[in-house]
Write a protein that binds this ligand. Sequence first.
Ligand code: BTN
Length: 275
Amino acid sequence: MNELKCNTQYIGRQYVWLEKTDSTNNMLKRLISDNTTVEEQYAYGNLVECEPKDGMMIIADHQEAGKGRTGRSWESPAGTSLAISVLLRPQISDDSISMVTLIAALAVSEAVRKVCDIVPDIKWPNDIVINGRKVCGILTELDITDGVKSLIVGVGINVNQNLFPEEIADKATSIMNEAGRLIDREELMQHFAEALEYYYEKFLKTGDMSGLLDEYNGKLINMNREVKVLDPSENIEGIARGIDSMGKLLVETEDGEIHHIYAGEVSVRGLYGYV
Ligand code: BTN
């Protein structure tokens, strides 16, 4: 098993690094809910006998049924990618939950900077992008078991992949492809855990993005670009003007009105392509 030595108080101090599972988000959910049977965990060779605590991480080299946003699937090829789920139990209102995705995006960006000196952009709300191509996606899910709310922050990183399926080949990349060398996944994981704790603690002080606005907006690839917001209720086109302190994307439409877009089920596209 790969070893993780995080210089943190609680994030990643408790972890399980698996060769494979169905989905690390699902695995963490099974661990949280009391009705997990030993057989269910053995199905993937993943017997974990522990009480999951705040900051626990499930990491997998490979997922057989990785989940993306809006019902899509997520590919995590064996040994070259990282699939991570982090358990967080913040005392925050449901409205604030989507901000945790933005916090995780900042942490991935910082971890990539630490390992290879490239500063990735963030495509609101949940994609990390290098040279206009996606290297990471984030899926945050809420679990409520026996009245206890748990956030499951699922992070999929393309670390050392060389080739991508045809349908995403023009918009996906890996850190290796952009850095021009193999990336040490343990080192990346450690930096991610440390950066996540740093940003999460800063976020918890105010319960919003106010202390991180400038840093987030500085990395926002959508900033001052034309965007199309694909919302289940209505689509909006306009210019992205950054995020507000609640993590909503500000979109200025032609009539000068500023719309505050809540992340929820929304996707954002550039008017002429992915960014
Ligand atoms: C997206 O961009 O659509 C989000 C992708 C999130 C993928 C990660 S990989 C770890 C965790 N487990 C899952 O099944 N999904 C998330």
